[in-house]
Write a protein that binds this ligand. Structure first.
Ligand SMILES: Cc1ncc(COP(=O)(O)O)c(C=O)c1O
Length: 394
């Protein structure tokens, strides 16, 4: 019999009833160090007092009014994003997938308004993940994502990771509207795009006129130690998708754009009942205030250094399990020699939560405000989990 919850997830047999900072408490009272943060969502940890206060204050005032009216919290968040980024304008969504949908629409509409409606092709990269909607699975195009869901939305072309020749050739096609890339691939196995490649993409887009779209749903909002990951490379996109961390656990996403890229999205071209809802934006504005602060980001970088160093020693101590540490800031991956499920499960037994990704990688995406002592405790638990996997294999 089909369960009452559609069984699209292979869930771990854990249910958490309480969270505080980087800790989660399960039904049986066991405490876990959360190095997954809801897959890079709980940027400021669980039950962060500032976020609880922002949400409660808004909840006591007004929950929802619709985008028929001005929403002051939305305006505050938009102003903060515009002030701190390349963007001139933003549209708020409830998720990363919805941000993806708008990014695709925006890129195509841009060319439509330029009287080049044939420019609809969007170039994407192997290993990418942009969500699960019909457009997002078509963008990625793998059998795993698309099997049985056709006909797929046309107009996407997937390119091999790191094949510059193929990229140049594809970008030269006259119907290319945009190039879409995650500056650090998340689901694909924590693969940072080298800075010079992001610069190369910017140059290529400048040559051809194609729009450069960054998907910073997972790697954005302070995760890499800068507010947005592309800042490390010193390049600017035309459009950027954001979600996850921006809501700190409250569903919120956004598309940020330059004036030129966003100008075709006039009244009536897009909309959302909930996108930019007062509750979400009250929390989002508080997250931005905290994460957008340089001193906060400096601390993220310091904590990231400590975690990375500890992970490098972990890899050195367990060379039969791990190959390397990769990633940026607090978006780190342990590349395993085999499928990482056993290590993730051993982590549950040791009271530490991690997230598997493709390419045999275990993701570590702790809250950005994780403490030094918690990092050390997490490393000890990861070491014990690795010991457990070795003992099981012996
Ligand atoms: C890079 C990236 N883009 C888009 C998405 C889709 O976001 P959401 O699950 O909020 O719809 C994700 C989710 O994991 C993601 O990692």
């Amino acid at each position: 019999m089909i369960p009452s919850i559609l069984p699209t997830y292979n869930r771990a047999p854990l249910a958490f009833v309480k969270g505080e900072g980087s800790w989660l408490e399960a039904e049986d009272g066991r405490r876990y160090l959360d190095l997954g943060a809801g897959i890079a969502v709980n940027a400021l940890g669980h039950a962060n007092p500032d976020l609880v206060a922002a949400l409660t204050e808004q909840a006591q005032a007004v929950w929802h009014v619709s985008n028929l009216y001005r929403i002051p919290a939305q305006q505050r968040l938009a102003d903060a994003l515009v002030e701190k980024t390349f963007a001139d304008t933003c549209f708020f969504t409830n998720s990363g997938t919805e941000a993806m949908e708008l990014a695709v629409k925006m890129a195509r509409r841009y060319w439509h308004e330029k009287d080049q409606p044939e420019r609809t092709r969007i170039l994407t990269f192997a290993g990418a993940f942009h969500g699960r909607s019909s457009a997002a699975i078509a963008a990625v195009g793998t059998e795993k994502m698309t099997k049985g869901f056709g006909p797929l939305l046309p107009g996407f072309q997937q390119l091999a990771w790191g094949d510059h020749e193929a990229l140049r050739e594809a970008a030269a096609q006259p119907d290319v509207a945009a190039i879409l890339i995650e500056p650090v691939q998340g689901e694909g196995g924590i693969r940072p795009v080298p800075d010079h490649c992001l610069k190369g993409l910017r140059d290529l887009c400048d040559e051809t006129g194609a729009l450069l779209i960054f998907d910073e749903v997972q790697c954005g909002m302070g995760r890499t130690g800068k507010l947005f990951a592309h800042e490390w490379a010193g390049v600017r996109p035309d459009i950027m998708m954001v979600a996850k961390g921006i809501g700190g656990g409250f569903p919120l996403g956004a598309v940020l754009a330059t004036e030129a890229a966003g100008a075709a999205m006039t009244a009536g071209t897009h909309g959302s009942t909930y996108g930019g809802n007062p509750l979400a934006c009250a929390v989002g504005a508080k997250v931005m205030e905290i994460v957008g602060d340089d001193a906060f980001l400096e601390t993220v970088r310091a904590r990231a250094g400590r975690l990375r160093q500890g992970l490098e020693s972990l890899v050195a101590r367990h060379p039969e399990l791990f190959e390397e540490v990769r990633g940026a800031g607090l978006m780190l991956g342990l590349k395993c020699k085999d499928a990482p499920a056993g290590f993730v499960q051993a982590g549950y037994a040791e009271g530490v939560l991690t997230v598997p990704a493709a390419d045999n990688v275990v993701r570590l995406l702790p809250p950005l405000n994780i403490g030094e002592a918690e990092i050390d405790a997490a490393l000890a638990r990861l070491d014990a989990a690795a010991g457990r996997v070795r003992a099981d294999a012996a």
